[in-house]
Design a protein around this ligand. Structure first.
Ligand SMILES: Nc1ncnc2c1ncn2[C@@H]1O[C@H](COP(=O)(O)OP(=O)(O)OP(=O)(O)O)[C@@H](O)[C@H]1O
Ligand SMILES: O=C(O)[C@H](O)COP(=O)(O)O
Length: 401
């Protein structure tokens, strides 16, 4: 371990703690998830050790429905640590600075969504981020910075890479354990077939990483938004936005060349859905073979049952299976067939498995499986698959300086 941890920090100081509480949001309501469970351990330890604690975290992306305040997160965190948690609707404005100054030992204050500050985004060099008003203002208020947000450590954002350059910096418990687990996994060698299930909504992240994993992974099983974009590249009339949706076209523009060249060079490593599911006029799940789709007139919200039947034996024959992203909108039970089916197939085998992602890992409990049926359940999605390539994460590098 090449960074300082909480074991190196004297009790009772004023600490600024970066968590990753980025959560699914349904109709404006933040959904509790494994990230709160895991980060609660770090925060409870800090409370017990008498630190004065301010929490930084982000939620969603500007322009998306999940871009909301952290007020609800503060309440959910309070339940997990069984201790009061205050919230201030500023990140580094005068009220925030006032509330920070008023903290006593054991107090916890959640600051507003970092992505509501202009300085947080976009991705820039850590040196540039460290000079922003956001970082310079908050750094002066604390004795130390703690980064517990391994799952966001692939982003060069101010709250992740700026502070370690200007103040004492430490890894929190989640950062420590996720770093150890994911680094060990990246170094593992497997004798047999290695399979990666790729889905979710962040196609740009996964496609970029897939192009670096083609020697490590024998079979990519595709679903979700990423899967539909691959189907589009393979000539099927799907993978574009209909209605007001904004999930496909922008990601297609950014990735179409990569997808097309992956398909051309690695067609035998890529398995695409043979059928897709949608909501019919009665509100029921309906399925359609991709060969029968003439034009996309409905949103496809899951892979179909035939696809699960094709993917399951590949999983059974694998020595290792990595999951990044859901195969469908599993939060709605009608569209959980792909995600739950694939996870059940993994749980039924004794292969080594990793299920990653803040959203995707929720499907384990939702569909009656247990965490110990998998080798490792990571609260990191994009960060863990990037770590699989052997690449360093910029937020971890900043801590190691
Ligand atoms: N066809 C689809 N249409 C709409 N949403 C989909 C579809 N397929 C999957 N999803 C959604 O994808 C989400 C999970 O993928 P996402 O890209 O957010 O990754 P993740 O596992 O949370 O990883 P990360 O931690 O990187 O965010 C689920 O919430 C699911 O509803
Ligand atoms: O959920 C995640 O994977 C992290 O919180 C990073 O979020 P982002 O993909 O919106 O940067």
């Amino acid at each position: 371990m090449t960074f300082q941890t909480l074991d190196d920090l004297d009790d009772g100081q004023r600490v600024l703690v970066r968590l990753d509480l980025n959560s699914p949001v349904e109709d404006g309501t933040v959904q509790d998830n494994r990230r709160f469970d895991r980060h609660a351990e770090t925060i409870s330890e800090l409370v017990d050790r008498g630190f004065e604690i301010a929490v930084l975290a982000h939620q969603g992306r500007p322009g998306r429905d999940d871009f909301v305040s952290l007020e609800q997160h503060a309440d959910i965190l309070a339940e997990h640590i069984d201790h009061d948690v205050d919230f201030v609707d500023e990140t580094y404005g005068p009220q925030a600075i006032h509330d920070i100054a008023a903290l006593d030992g054991g107090d916890v204050l959640v600051l507003e969504n970092t992505r509501m500050c202009d300085d947080e985004l976009p991705e820039e060099d850590p040196e540039i981020k460290s000079q922003t008003e956001f970082v310079q203002t908050l750094a002066g208020e604390f004795d130390a910075y703690i980064n517990d947000a391994y799952s966001a450590a692939h982003r060069s954002h101010a709250s992740l890479v700026g502070f370690p350059l200007v103040m004492d910096a430490y890894a929190g418990r989640v950062m420590e354990t996720e770093y150890e687990a994911n680094t060990a996994i990246a170094e593992k060698e497997f004798d047999g077939q290695v399979t990666m299930v790729v889905g979710g909504t962040k196609a740009t992240d996964v496609i970029d990483v897939m192009t670096h994993l083609d020697e490590k992974v024998d079979d990519f099983l595709l679903g979700g938004i990423a899967g539909e974009l691959f189907l589009r590249a393979a000539g099927y009339p799907v993978g574009y936005d209909i209605d007001d949706a904004n999930l496909y076209d922008e990601q297609w523009e950014q990735n179409s060349e990569k997808i097309e060249s992956m398909l051309e060079d690695h067609r035998d490593q890529i398995t695409l859905a043979v059928d897709l599911a949608y909501e019919d006029e009665n509100g029921d799940r309906a399925e359609q073979a991709v060969d029968d789709i003439e034009e996309k007139s409905v949103s496809y919200l899951d892979v179909g049952s035939e696809t699960v039947m094709e993917y399951s034996p590949i999983i059974r024959d694998s020595e290792a299976v990595f999951v990044k992203g859901a195969l469908g909108m599993f939060e709605d039970e009608r569209f959980s067939v792909g995600t739950a089916g694939v996870l059940e197939a993994i749980a039924d085998t004794d292969c080594f498995s990793v299920v990653g992602g803040g959203d995707t890992s929720r499907a384990i409990e939702m569909y009656g499986m247990e965490e110990d049926e998998f080798g490792h359940v990571s609260i990191a999605g994009g960060a863990y698959i990037r770590a699989l390539t052997g690449a360093e994460l910029v937020g971890v590098e900043a801590l190691q300086r």
